[in-house]
Design a protein around this ligand. Structure first.
Ligand code: HEC
Length: 114
């Protein structure tokens, strides 16, 4: 019945701590990847390979250390635009299916993928 009591307390604490850590570090990234899938970003983008659009890892590399990148790129996602990556398809179409908060969440996640 009291199975947990037979395990030493430090071990229980460590196991619990590990589970909490895993939850707090994995869940936001997974939630953002889910959002990217739901909002069809993944129809043109992959994390580590350029397909129709540039890879998210390349985007993260390009804007590393650029503190204004989240606002600027979130705006570009919603309005669409080109001229940076010169992909064969041309500019990214406006992604009007995401609101400003979602666009910022997605870009924040994208910039952390490298
Ligand atoms: C129809 C294809 C398509 C879809 C869908 C799409 N993208 Fe893009 N995306 C592109 C292309 C093409 C570019 C390259 C634009 C350029 O050269 O400036 C791009 C560029 C980007 C960039 C980098 C912009 C820059 O100026 O460096 C970000 C960030 C981005 N996309 C995020 C998203 C997000 C988030 C979504 C989903 C809400 C999304 N994309 C959906 C095609 C797409």
């Amino acid at each position: 019945m009291f199975a947990a009591m037979t395990i030493s307390r430090p071990l229980t604490t460590a196991l619990l701590g590990g589970a909490l850590l895993a939850l707090s570090t994995l869940t936001p990234a997974q939630a953002s990847e889910d959002l990217a899938r739901k909002k069809a970003c993944l129809a043109c983008h992959q994390v580590s390979k350029a397909v129709v659009g540039p890879s998210f890892a390349d985007i993260a590399k390009k804007y590393k250390g650029d503190k204004k990148a989240v606002d600027r790129l979130a705006g570009k996602v919603r309005k669409g635009g080109g001229g940076v990556w010169n992909m064969p398809m041309g500019p990214m179409p406006a992604q009007g299916q995401v609101n400003e908060a979602e666009a910022k969440q997605l870009v924040t996640w994208i910039l952390a993928t490298n």
